[in-house]
Write a protein that binds this ligand. Structure first.
Ligand SMILES: O=C(CO)[C@@H](O)[C@H](O)COP(=O)(O)O
Length: 247
């Protein structure tokens, strides 16, 4: 088994920084009312470190950091974040052997193995997004905010059981054919991805917001869909012009 304490210093430093970020980002889930009790998780990839940087013959393979299963958000610390290989196996990371990683670890691992561009994954059961998931209904792109953030509808992924690769396969299959960083797994809830964990948390917050707003709008009648050309133009501006350069 890989022992964290025996890994080269740059790897240990990268893991420690990811653990700090992931622990802090878990506080955003209850703060943004995306979870109840312990029902959501955040992870972040620790990229592979090249052999040259380590002065070694081989690169150090990528890892990821995720919360332990079923532990209250108030009790989560950087040190209690579990470190796993991209196969979803916990390494000897200095936490007690009995501290098991999130029940969604296999899903997060599958996403990291199959989507190189993804550096962070989040799962919640936020109320409105999960209500759309319960109906297996994509959220239609009827708001500029949706065009900006999701580049279209928020898609629905297949129904899949928890514990093995099934959820991960559903997430990857669905997101590969969409610009959305969010997928509503049927009768389960939203999973979001990003370049890092912070971007994936942002996508989870935005997903819940648009799920709520579109639900409210529909109480008054069917809101009109935005024209595809306008969606493309809004998406391009938000992804390439919006905000501060280099922020
Ligand atoms: O969807 C599920 C279980 O149905 C999970 O997402 C849990 O709600 C959170 O699990 P842990 O991350 O605490 O294992």
């Amino acid at each position: 088994m890989i022992r964290l304490s025996a890994l080269p210093e740059p790897v240990r430093e990268a893991v420690a920084a990811a653990r700090e970020r992931v622990a802090a980002l878990h506080a955003e889930l209850p703060r943004n009312e995306l979870v109840v009790w312990t029902a959501g998780n955040v992870s972040e990839r620790v990229p592979a470190v090249e052999a040259a940087r380590l002065g070694a013959d081989e690169e150090q393979p990528a890892l990821f950091v995720i919360k332990p299963s079923g532990v209250s958000y108030d009790e989560l610390t950087a040190e209690s974040m579990v470190v796993c290989t991209l196969d979803g196996e916990k390494i000897d990371d200095g936490t007690p052997e009995t501290l098991t990683p999130s029940s969604d670890t296999a899903a997060h691992a599958y996403v990291y193995r199959h989507m190189d561009e993804v550096g962070g994954v989040v799962h919640t059961h936020s109320t409105y997004a999960t209500a759309w998931a319960a109906r297996s209904e994509p959220i239609p792109c009827v708001l500029t905010m949706m065009a900006d953030e999701f580049g279209g509808d928020v898609p629905v992924g297949p129904f899949a059981l928890i514990g093995d690769d099934s959820i991960g396969r559903g997430i990857v299959e669905t997101l590969r054919t969409s610009r959305s960083p969010a997928v509503l797994m049927a009768q389960h809830g939203p999973f979001t991805v990003g370049a890092g964990a912070k971007q994936a948390v942002k996508a989870a917050v935005m997903c819940e917001e648009v799920a709520r707003t579109v639900h409210v709008a529909r109480q008054l009648g069917e809101p009109p869909r935005i024209d595809q050309g306008q969606i493309d133009s809004l998406f391009d501006r938000y992804q390439n012009v919006y905000g501060q350069k280099g922020a």
